[in-house]
Design a binder for this molecule. Sequence first.
Ligand code: NAD
Ligand code: UD1
Length: 339
Amino acid sequence: MSILITGGTGFIGSHTVVELIEAGETPIIVDNLSNSKEIVLDRIKTITGICPKFYKVDLCDMTALDAVFAENPEIESVIHFAGLKAVGESVSLPLQYYYNNIVSTLNLCECMKKYGVKNLVFSSSATVYGTPAEIPIKETTLLGQTTNPYGETKKMIERILTDVYKPNPDWSISLLRYFNPIGAHKSGLMGEDPCGIPNNLLPYVSKVAEGQLPILHVHGNDYPTPDGTGVRDYIHVVDLAQAHLKALTRARKVTGVEIYNIGTGRGYSVLEVVKAYESATGRKVKYEIGPRRPGDVAECYADATKAYEVLGWKAQYDIADMCRDADRWQRQNPRGYES
Ligand code: NAD
Ligand code: UD1
């Protein structure tokens, strides 16, 4: 049996493919390479000894996607990572974001229905909580107002999948709400490869430590947090990948729509991350305090009890591991996969 991994050459998808192969599973990747590179497949092969089957296909192309299912009747589950994910870009390109993220999911569900595939794990995000109504955030915490089309697509897809389940009660759908994935594979062969200047904290910190960027701009130090800077729940990408394996194991046993927060349950401020990076790597991260970034929340961290109790999943890596692995990836690949 095989597992279809949409977006499998991307940051989280590629790490999940490695964990799946190492667990004896057979992933098949579909990706249009709009935000990833084919060389990732070589890295997966170097790490695992296996090069997974790969289709360069856009999920919005129904005919091409259908052909993947037709050619691989052994597909029994899907992990759906494919999507556009840059918050700022989604504000300037709303039609592209809604079209890509929604149509690809609708096409995927159509194919799953046609070919009798009933297990789906979907990449949702803590962004659906908006400004969190309570901290730590539980799966039952009321969803908040999203401030951008990217976040809205996650909410809409959660709703679509919940509705798809109703007339298909033999399906199993897991909605994994990721907190802040960072880190990289311990080999230094795979990691996050943002285009241009990174928006997210850790890739930016890595590039400052490496000397590629001059200074980190800390977005505000007047939040109601212990040191005034924003607090987030950073999670190692390999821990996150493992959560997908656990969700898949459960999906194979039970039907229903289940939501899980995937975080460590511990929040770190921007300045704590800077300190952790410096002590884990011995490298200096120069920073200056700047204004708040529009749309940011003060703090966001998970109550991940449900993932532990139901899936038996718990994060294994701490912030020092995350910083060390991100740094190794950055040093070994100063220009990402182009290096
Ligand atoms: P990524 O951009 O590295 O990976 C996404 C992959 O999907 C890319 O390889 C891209 O080429 C592919 N893709 C996009 N649209 C496609 C389409 N129409 N057809 C085929 N392939 C397509 O992103 P990531 O960080 O690995 O994130 C994976 C998923 O997790 C995304 O859905 C993202 O929204 C979600 N997520 C990510 C984060 C994060 O911080 N990285 C946080 C929460 C949720
Ligand atoms: C961002 C997205 C969110 C997405 C998440 C994971 C926004 C508004 N939100 O969340 O939708 O789900 O990424 O991909 O973009 N920071 C700095 N300086 C920087 C970069 C970040 O101080 O150069 C601070 C931020 O203000 C925040 C923290 O670091 O307090 C984390 O930021 P980031 O990595 O961008 O993640 P989120 O804002 O949590």
